[in-house]
Design a protein around this ligand. Structure first.
Ligand SMILES: Cc1cc2nc3c(=O)[nH]c(=O)nc-3n(C[C@H](O)[C@H](O)[C@H](O)COP(=O)(O)OP(=O)(O)OC[C@H]3O[C@@H](n4cnc5c(N)ncnc54)[C@H](O)[C@@H]3O)c2cc1C
Length: 375
């Protein structure tokens, strides 16, 4: 198999291909993956998924992440769960309704009062009215997960692999520039051929994927997000944390009382911000995010939403954040205006293009890759 794109979608396709006994050649145009997959929170996020096929995909992916991480502990997978906190009565009502939905059990939801929240995550010493605990949510380390998966693939110890021997070749610095049936050519003129070629080229709507996406671009868009990371926080956060603004962005909370939330603060509304907060393995906090849809995207990051997110995080933690060490933006591609959860199309005989999982790509990638191999 030939896989183009070293992000999480390409890498999970490599994992699933190896599990099925294919040998894999994996091309990435950069010296190391630098797209959405290394810029995200690393949230394996089941809590916010829409009831039905989206939740089913996320639950399957959550199961696969845990299974794969057992062979690749460097991914940093931890079944930490999450707390979505309400600071207003209207938010608490939404959380209460979500906790009563028929699929709340599958998400392992539990509505907690402030003492219950602190019992689960004692580092939350700020002001809130309660929280929704989701035990199904998990965390991986986006900055190191892909190399960890690749070293698992390169070793002979991959669980469930039909082939003995490595059977996996990682080729960074190779950009696919031409696609034919069952093959691609890189910028140096070398051809790679396989039973199957999978293009996982992310939010790049030009290049090899461009002509094929042009036909479907009406239901694919790009979204830009701003993020930051602090110095180590002096206490352990046992769960990831979301604020009440996240209820507006995750379809799981599409309950009757959602309409009564009222508007976001002007800064949050202008940048379409929600607070998501994850502690990294080194103790630092990854904090975000914002959403912008209008291109051309800014090439620089905007300070106002960072001030807002910092204030929200400090209000929930009940103390100042450590110094911010890094800020960055990332772009993902997302299917819109369709019930599809991502885009998959056959672009030539034996060549499949997979992209557009949106803000759920880190979560769902193993299950999406698995579906590529379904008959
Ligand atoms: C800031 C941010 C936060 C997010 N948070 C989360 C989260 O917590 N949980 C979650 O589930 N999802 C999250 N997402 C979404 C998730 O990160 C993406 O859906 C996912 O990473 C997409 O993976 P990908 O492999 O398709 O794309 P990418 O990671 O962008 O990878 C595409 C790769 O293809 C390479 N490439 C492109 N063209 C070629 C070519 N012609 N030849 C060779 N290589 C090529 C690129 O260099 C790149 O490395 C977030 C996204 C962002 C931006």
């Amino acid at each position: 198999m030939v896989i183009v794109g070293g992000g999480v979608l390409g890498t999970m396709h490599a994992v699933m291909a190896r599990r099925r006994g294919f040998s894999v050649v994996h091309l990435e145009r950069e010296p190391e993956a630098r797209g959405a997959s290394v810029r995200n929170f690393g949230l394996v996020w089941v809590s916010g998924r829409r009831a039905g096929p989206e939740l089913a995909l996320a639950l399957r992916a959550r199961e696969l992440w845990e299974e794969i991480a057992a062979s690749a502990p460097g991914t940093g997978f931890r079944p930490a769960g999450s707390l979505t906190l309400a600071t207003r009565e209207a938010e608490l009502r939404v959380l209460g309704e979500a906790a009563e939905l028929p699929d709340a059990k599958q998400r392992d939801f539990e509505l907690l009062d402030p003492d219950g929240v602190r019992a689960v995550n004692p580092a939350l010493r700020g002001e809130f009215l309660g929280g929704l605990y989701c035990r199904a949510d998990a965390i991986v380390e986006p900055r190191v997960a892909l190399p960890a998966l690749r070293s698992m693939l390169a070793s002979t110890g991959l669980a469930n692999t039909a082939l003995a021997g490595p059977g996996y070749e990682w080729l960074p610095g190779r950009e696919a520039v031409e696609v034919v049936a069952h093959g691609v050519r890189d910028q140096r003129g070398r051809w790679y051929r396989g039973d199957l070629v999978v293009l996982c080229t992310g939010a790049n709507f030009t290049g090899v994927a461009g002509p094929h996406l042009a036909a479907t671009v009406h239901h694919l868009r790009r979204v830009r997000l701003q993020m930051m990371q602090t110095a180590p926080f002096p206490e352990s956060l046992t769960t990831s944390v979301a604020d009440g603004d996240s209820l507006r962005y995750y379809p799981a909370y599409d309950v009757p009382s959602l309409a009564l939330l009222g508007p976001q603060t002007p800064v949050a509304a202008a940048s379409r911000a929600q607070l998501l907060l994850v502690q990294r393995a080194d103790g630092g906090l990854t904090i975000g995010d914002t959403h912008s849809y209008d291109e051309p995207f800014a090439f620089d990051v905007d300070e106002e939403p960072y001030d807002h997110l910092r204030a929200r995080a400090e209000a929930l933690l009940g103390r100042p954040l450590p110094r911010v060490l890094r800020r960055w933006a990332g772009v993902y591609s997302e299917v819109t205006g369709t019930s599809d959860l991502y885009h998959r199309s056959v672009v030539a005989p034996g060549v499949v293009l997979v992209t557009g999982p949106g803000g759920r790509g880190m979560t769902c990638s193993p299950a999406i890759a698995e579906e590529t191999f379904l008959p």
